[in-house]
Design a protein around this ligand. Structure first.
Ligand SMILES: Cc1ncc(C[n+]2csc(CCOP(=O)(O)OP(=O)(O)O)c2C)c(N)n1
Length: 360
């Protein structure tokens, strides 16, 4: 693998059938060789982690339509390979900063479906005490620092966390997820500059799903090769097929190891796609239906399943077991959220701070 070199603006990748990836594309996407592929049992874990996110969010759609969940909800369906693959490269001591499309990151990080669902319902048992909702999932005990509604808002926070870890002599990585829309913000460029200048241990994960709300990347960026532009800050930057969970994991592992060993920040551009609208409010009129269908052919879950079948792994039984477990987990999470209490009014000022002191 080598840092991204200047290339011409990228086009939408053509759908590729599972198992047809060549050694040449592996190098180009930054992924490892077939020999360093994880073992079969590990593939099952990847599959389960992706299916947990998929089924959880499908239930969220139903609950939202039934007005059980309110406010903004941004689904991650289609992008599961990114959160799941990258999380494999992290340790529990590493920090994660995410965006408002973060149900997948939170679940992949090990925050329970119950704690996330309760948060969606605004219940006191939610991971943010019911104060955050869908866009502000948070769990400091897992070093999961949001859930940030402000586009690019997590980037300076990630640099700060990484600086703090380094000043304390802690051998940790801060992993920051953000979208292609965030790449357009000054906060990305300021953070990238400082992180590279100070060699901060940050792993930048740009989830390039080609759209910032309804605006296609090519409509607002003169140069759409984001990895190449990130490399101009003096960071190592690779572009990865974000619909291939194994490629994501392999590249993220290499990048995280390099960051951990003091090689400075690394940037991965994960080329991915959201199958659903930007949010539950979005009528999704800006995308060609055929484009969405083409990307669905690259569904990361189907792709991993196809690869397992091609390798002769006993997928059907495994899949049935996973589906049962995940369905029960989601059912239990909904049931618990339905029963969970709301925060008492007397707690209204808890966690509220003034300039001088905590109010109560
Ligand atoms: C600073 C700021 N500007 C504008 C918005 C409104 N907004 C919400 S989501 C979004 C698009 C972001 O797209 P991207 O970063 O690519 O993330 P994606 O939704 O594709 O995951 C915008 C502009 C915002 N939340 N914050």
């Amino acid at each position: 693998m080598s840092p991204a070199r200047p290339t011409s603006a990228r086009k939408e990748p053509t759908p590729r059938k599972a198992g047809k990836k060549t050694a040449k594309t592996r190098r180009k996407t930054g992924a490892g060789s077939p020999s360093d592929r994880p073992a079969a049992g590990h593939r099952t874990d990847l599959l389960e982690a992706m299916l947990r996110i998929r089924r959880f969010e499908e239930r969220c759609v139903e609950l939202y339509s039934a007005t059980k969940i309110r406010g903004f909800v941004h689904l991650y369906i289609g992008e599961e390979a990114v959160a799941v693959g990258v999380n494999e490269a992290l340790t529990p001591e590493d920090a994660v900063v995410a965006t408002y499309r973060e149900h997948g990151h939170a679940l992949a990080r090990g925050i329970t479906a119950e704690a996330v669902m309760a948060e969606m319902y605004g219940r006191a048992t939610g991971c943010s005490g019911g104060r955050g909702g869908s866009m502000h999932l948070f769990d400091a005990s897992r070093r999961f620092y949001g859930g940030n509604a402000i586009v690019a808002g997590g980037l300076p926070l990630a640099a700060g966390l990484a600086l703090a870890d380094r000043m304390r002599g802690q051998d940790r990585v801060t992993c920051c997820f953000f979208g292609d829309g965030a790449f357009a913000e000054g906060e990305f460029h300021e953070t990238a500059n400082l992180a590279a200048l100070w060699r901060l241990p940050v792993l930048f994960i740009c989830e390039n799903n080609l759209y910032a709300m309804g605006t296609a990347l090519a409509r607002h960026e003169a140069q759409t090769d984001l990895a190449m532009r990130a490399a101009s800050y003096g960071m190592v930057a690779w572009a990865v097929d974000g619909m291939d969970v194994e490629a994501v994991e392999q590249t993220a592992r290499r990048a995280a190891e390099a960051v951990r060993s003091g090689a400075g920040p690394h940037f991965l551009e994960l080329r991915t796609y959201r199958f659903r609208a930007h949010s539950m409010y979005d009528p999704d009129r800006y995308r060609d239906k055929a484009e969405v269908e083409r990307w669905k052919e690259r569904d990361p879950i189907t792709r991993l399943l196809d690869r397992m079948r091609e390798d002769g792994e006993p997928v059907e039984e495994t899949l049935a077991g996973i589906e049962r477990r995940v369905a029960a987990e989601v059912d239990d999470a909904v049931e618990a959220a339905e029963q969970a209490p709301e925060e008492p009014v007397e707690h209204l000022l808890h966690h509220v701070t003034s300039a001088s002191a905590e109010v109560s």
